[in-house]
Design a protein around this ligand. Structure first.
Ligand code: SF4
Length: 382
């Protein structure tokens, strides 16, 4: 066991679980709003939750805050202001603190963008998924392509940093339709794009009633087209699914991928906290009502908590670090996984011999083959 010399960087994740409608592919902890929702009580619980969890931060300055969901932009802006002010008054935070908030392209949310910025949000992440009405309908999304474009334009006017989430290999999607989405996404001028393949997850409507999605070869062709189009347009791929201009990487996600710590508050939020040479993962009560009840009654909102065993840490570390195109400094392994890197030397050599890992003395970096066949690379560390 190796106790880290440097304090592990820590981020804060805040979960707001409500959405206007549950999307059929979504396996996030999101709940449809049914009638009036008491956002204020929930925000008060988040603030209480954080104040009960301050010892997990151990005085460390928070490097980023991510307000995710769900659809956080459904929340009244005055409550986002209250939340951000309360967080900033309770914790130490780094200069240039990144505060990302997720938003959907509905018009009621667009009208609040300026207020969110005034509340301290520095980066907006919009769930566009596609600009095409047909595919948006097939994904069960409630916005249109026109609304998606309006939201991105409005966000670009208000925020210096904007991300859009997009999906490919959609039901019935052809290469030509993907090209149209790509042109609109790249042409929108945003500095960050996350492009995910639609995957069918258990416990979703699509898992039960699975739509016909493009064959693997077509999905692969689509991925190649995304990579080449992004590259030609000055958006560099820095993670398996993330592209940015001018080094506009997402600080919050970088902290996950570099195996930093994070404190998650809110219903179903996950945390990873390092103490000495131990790493503890925990998850809060998933259902918003149960979470609110526990916090309001002064009880613990933690549903489960466990230590990450030493034998599981190499895989956990590399599952994150090898998503990064440039990989990570080798010293990060012992620093963040809190174990000696001697125990992974053999596996590293195997991955290098198979052409999946770059032969380097200073970095753990996937080769192009390694990043495209990440599961094969990770199997080496199982
Ligand atoms: S809007 Fe996002 S979080 Fe909400 S149901 Fe759809 S995919 Fe899930």
């Amino acid at each position: 066991m190796v106790a880290s010399i440097n304090p592990i960087p820590v981020s804060l994740y805040v979960h707001l679980p409500w959405c206007e409608k549950k999307c059929p592919y979504c396996d996030f902890n999101s709940h449809e709003v049914k009638g009036p929702t008491d956002f204020e009580s929930y925000i008060d619980c988040l603030i209480l939750d954080l104040s009960n969890s301050l010892e997990d931060l151990n005085g460390r300055a928070v490097k980023s805050i991510f307000i995710g969901g769900g659809t956080p932009s459904l929340t009244p802006s005055a409550l986002i202001d209250k939340l951000v002010c309360s967080i900033k008054s309770m914790v130490n935070w780094e200069k240039n603190l990144e505060i990302t908030m997720e938003a959907n392209p509905g018009s009621s949310e667009i009208n609040k963008f300026k207020e969110f910025r005034n509340a301290g949000v520095t980066r907006l992440s919009i769930g566009v998924q596609s600009f095409n009405d047909h595919f948006l309908r097939s994904l069960g999304r409630i916005h249109s392509g026109v609304e998606a474009r309006a939201a991105v334009n409005a966000a670009n006017e208000v925020f210096d940093r904007v991300n859009i989430d997009l999906m490919y290999a959609l039901p019935g999607q052809k290469i030509s339709a993907l090209k149209d989405d790509l042109d609109l996404a790249i042409g929108s001028g945003v500095g960050h794009i996350s492009y995910y393949q639609l995957t069918i997850e258990p416990n979703t409507y699509f898992y039960k009633y699975t739509p016909k999605v493009p064959e693997d070869e077509v999905a692969y062709e689509m991925q190649e087209l995304i990579l080449s189009s992004m590259c030609q347009s000055g958006l560099s791929r820095y993670e398996v699914s993330a592209f940015c201009r001018n080094g506009e990487k997402c600080d919050h996600n970088m902290n996950y991928w570099e195996f930093g710590d994070y404190l998650g508050i809110g219903a179903g939020a996950h945390s990873k906290i390092t103490q000495g040479s131990g790493i503890r993962r925990s998850v809060r009560l998933k259902h918003p009502d149960k979470y609110i009840n526990a916090i309001s009654l002064g009880k613990s909102a933690i549903q489960s908590s466990s230590e990450v065993k030493e034998c599981d840490r190499p895989l956990e570390f590399f599952m994150n670090a090898l998503r990064l195109v440039e990989g990570v400094d080798q010293n990060l392994f012992s620093e963040r996984a809190c174990i000696s890197d001697r125990i992974i030397r053999e596996q590293v050599d195997v991955a290098i011999k198979r052409g999946l890992l770059v032969n380097s003395r200073s970095r753990f970096q996937p080769t192009e083959l390694g990043i495209n066949f990440l599961n094969d690379l990770l199997e080496v560390f199982c």
